[in-house]
Design a protein around this ligand. Structure first.
Ligand SMILES: [Zn+2]
Length: 338
């Protein structure tokens, strides 16, 4: 009898557990799409058939053009299929260098492939006529994915650089006769601020050819100021012949300094090449270029004030830096400091 009851209980348990197992396990509820569409890449197509991919750093896109370049259209790849938001103005606006929120280009979604945007510049802005730095903006809420998530604001920096125009090529002074009529104090200053503590390091007399990738419009002004200081012994000359270039100037946002960076290489105390890097942030800052070319020419260390101070300001070469440079160029290369 007892045995029978136990069996019945077991049967009941089996029934209960059978029932339990027949309860459908919850199926995965679809997670709602809350991710807004994002631009994955942007490529500018120029009318000469070349393409330029925009560089992305953080959330900022950058495009570098040379004055005169014409963009036929740009194509942006989006992270998911999108459509234009109804009622939104599908345009990219531009500001900078005297422009304020002008309508630069129009955005359409590729009808064949809704993950692609086609950005077509308005006729007046297809050709980069003005050199400088511009901000292009695609407002938030212009495109949306199929779940209705709308894009956040997209910022692009457009840098239009000048074609390097070679300046007048001055005639270098021939057969220089360096004088060493410097005072001990002046020699000590060169030791302190020059590139080497024991020997004089400088460029040989003559032209120093510079190739500028940055298209800084006032580079010739920078050269004129230093060339005046150098009194014809050495001359900074802009060239568009890369093979001839001894100094290269470029934009580099990865340098450790906020603004600018310069380096030179020398052989037997004769400088043979140099490199200047400036960040986007300081592109167009005359003081930064003046300062970096001070390093290129021969001042290795920072002075406490003036254009060669670690934070350069102003648009002139101060008398101390000018005299220091003149003294450097009054001594023979490799001169052994007493
Ligand atoms: Zn410096």
């Amino acid at each position: 009898m007892k045995k029978y009851i136990v069996l019945a209980l077991v049967a009941l348990l089996a029934l209960v557990s059978g029932c339990m197992s027949s309860i459908p396990s919850p199926t995965s509820i679809p997670t709602p799409d809350i991710t807004p569409p994002e631009l994955v890449s942007i490529t500018a197509h120029l009318n000469d058939g070349t393409e330029k991919s925009l560089e992305k750093e953080g959330t900022k896109w950058t495009l570098q053009l040379t004055k005169g370049d014409t963009v036929s259209y740009a194509e942006a790849v989006v992270s998911e299929p999108v459509k234009l938001v109804e009622g939104a103005n599908p345009v990219i606006t531009m500001s900078g260098e005297g422009f304020q929120d002008v309508v630069h280009s129009t955005i359409t979604v590729d009808s064949q492939n809704p993950t692609k945007l086609r950005i077509i510049p308005n006729p007046g802005y297809a050709t980069a006529n003005v050199a400088g730095t511009f901000t292009l903006t695609m407002a938030s809420g212009v495109i949306e994915d199929y779940a209705g998530n709308r894009n956040t604001k997209v910022n692009l920096t457009l840098i239009v650089k000048e074609m390097p125009t070679p300046g007048p090529i001055p005639t270098p002074v021939t057969s220089p006769t360096p004088t060493s009529t410097l005072s001990q104090e002046e020699l000590n200053q060169i030791k302190q601020y020059g590139h080497d503590k024991e020997h004089l390091v400088r460029w040989p007399y003559g032209n120093i050819y510079v190739y500028d990738y940055t298209g800084f419009p006032k580079l010739q002004t920078v050269f004129d100021k230093w060339n005046e200081v150098l009194e014809g012994k050495a001359n900074l000359v802009l060239t568009n012949d890369l093979r001839k270039a001894q100094v290269k100037v470029m934009i580099d946002n990865s340098i450790s300094s906020q603004c600018g960076w310069a380096s030179v290489t020398w052989e037997d105390f004769k400088i043979v090449s140099g490199e200047v890097k400036v960040t986007d942030y300081c592109f167009s800052d005359l003081a930064v270029y003046l300062h970096e070319f001070g390093h290129i020419l021969g001042i290795g260390e920072h002075t406490s004030t003036g254009i060669m101070a670690s934070i350069a300001t102003g648009s002139e070469i101060d008398p101390f830096a000018a005299k220091l440079m003149q003294n450097i160029y009054s001594l023979p290369i490799g001169y052994n400091f007493p």
